[in-house]
Design a protein around this ligand. Structure first.
Ligand SMILES: [Fe+2]
Ligand SMILES: [Fe+2]
Length: 471
């Protein structure tokens, strides 16, 4: 018999202690989760005190508690955003009907697949990032990494709660599988490709949190529109935490660019690498790599699955109510560029079948805003370089552009031309070796590695010299 009081052990607002069936399921899953965390979570730092925020409620402004905690003792909570009174289905064929508190039988399988696919990304990213503590450029950054990691762990809890509470034995089996797959393991890989890519250096980490966590933001936003109300409420609260992950990435890349630009000016050849920095063209190559990988995550441009998700009300668009007037999306089409007989041409696709593309476009607009901010920083620092986003057709491995080759501007090119130019576009072995060579840990409070500028201020009211991780 368990002696854990789950209301104390797991902060929650779902009245955990009153649901015996759910408690039994969690009591079985919880030790397996901890085993997974100790095996696959941040390597080498499990015994250290880390200054972390913990979600303790869903009150805007007061939802987080800050304090030192050892990561295996982090209180991974289960929080659903407050219910919206009389919430109605926002889009699709059932628009206007009351939202569902239980899973309708006919959507059980696809809904489970949607939840599992989202859930799988959460532990995957923890696995991808597990060795970065060894090379943290500062204690401030190491803390940010661990904050992201424990919150991805909490997102896994949030999704596992849905599986346990609403999908019976199938849900429990899926929850077990989430702890069994491993990022990058060829025998039992994570579901989505971007979550099997190595994340071995901090430039990658900051690109990952900029681009891949931002995919998470848009997926969660689309699921926040879901007719399945518990999923909607879960995703709405996850978005609160996700905002921090995005800012870790966005400001991290910006700090690398600033430092690169400063060293570029100091160097006699105008080359930041000469003085041990990361030059802007190298950052551009990382952008060229990660942005397309994250575009792939949205699924194919023309997709009957996407149409079904929208029609059934399982998944809406980003800001469905704010940005759109027609929420049925019937009898309308979306124009997209396709490749036919070796030529690019425009094709009209029924809007519902283009929903992945519509969500991807919202994401691209957001990425463009981030790049603009980075370029403002480069201008301020007097760099001669700017960052650009490649065309959404460039370097795709999923969807309608995967079978052809495109240059960075999105023009069709031959395989021979692609093979010739790839070294200039994507990180080469030499680029990776250079960046990896810079990754030396800096564990002294307030100090920064040479290749990254200091953040403007500390976190949560603390100074930059604060002991964010007790080494
Ligand atoms: Fe997450
Ligand atoms: Fe995240």
């Amino acid at each position: 018999m368990s002696t854990i009081n789950y209301d104390e052990r797991i902060p929650n607002n779902v009245n955990l202690s009153s649901d015996k069936r759910l408690l039994r399921a969690l009591e079985k899953w919880h030790p397996a989760y901890l085993d997974w965390w100790k095996e696959m979570g941040p390597e080498g730092w499990q015994g250290n005190d880390v200054y972390l925020r913990t979600a303790v409620s869903v009150e805007p402004g007061g939802w987080a508690h800050w304090g030192y905690v050892k990561m295996p003792e982090y209180r991974w909570g289960i929080f659903l955003d407050d219910p919206v009174p009389d919430r109605r289905i926002s889009h699709g064929d059932h628009m206007g009907a009351p939202v569902w508190q239980e899973v309708p039988g006919e959507y059980r399988n696809i809904l489970r697949r949607v939840i599992v696919t989202q859930a799988d990304t959460e532990p995957a990213s923890v696995e991808q990032q597990r060795r970065l503590g060894e090379t943290a450029p500062s204690l401030y950054d190491m803390r940010s990494l661990f904050q992201v990691n424990v919150e991805e762990g909490r997102h896994l809890w949030a999704m596992v709660y849905l599986l346990h509470a609403h999908f019976g034995k199938d849900g429990r089996d899926e929850a077990d599988e989430l702890l069994a797959r491993r990022a990058g393991n060829p025998d039992k890989p994570r579901i989505l490709d971007a979550f099997n890519q190595p994340c071995a250096d901090w430039l990658t980490f900051f690109c990952f949190t900029t681009f891949t966590d931002r995919d998470g933001k848009y997926q969660l936003g689309a699921l926040a529109e879901s007719a399945f109300d518990p999923l909607s409420r879960t995703c709405r609260f996850m978005l609160t935490e996700e905002a921090h992950h995005l800012s870790v990435g966005e400001t991290g890349v910006e700090r690398i660019l600033r430092r690169g630009a400063q060293l570029e000016k100091q160097s006699s050849h105008g080359d930041a690498r000469e003085l041990g920095g990361i030059d802007v063209p190298t950052v551009q190559k990382w952008v060229n790599y990660w942005f397309p990988y994250c575009l792939d995550l949205f699924g194919s441009e023309i997709s009957s699955n996407a149409a079904e998700f929208f029609a059934s009300g399982l998944k809406g668009r980003w800001a469905e109510h704010k940005d759109y007037e027609d929420h049925r999306a019937l009898g309308v089409s979306h124009s997209m560029t396709v490749v036919k007989n070796g030529q690019m041409e425009q094709q009209d696709v029924p809007l519902r079948n283009a929903m992945n593309e519509v969500l991807r476009q919202s994401y691209i607009n957001d990425c463009a805003r981030v790049v603009k901010r980075w370029n403002n920083a480069l201008e301020e620092e007097g760099s001669r370089f700017r960052i650009t986003l490649p065309s959404p057709r460039f370097f795709r491995r999923q969807g309608i552009y995967a079978d052809a080759h495109f240059d960075r501007e999105g023009q069709l090119i031959s395989k021979e031309e692609w093979d010739q130019k790839i070294v200039g576009w994507l990180p080469s072995d030499a680029d990776r070796a250079y960046v990896t060579g810079l990754m030396k840990p800096v564990y002294e409070p307030g100090k920064m590695a040479n290749w990254i500028a200091a953040p403007r201020k500390g976190l949560a009211g603390q100074s930059l010299e604060f002991d964010y991780v007790r080494v």
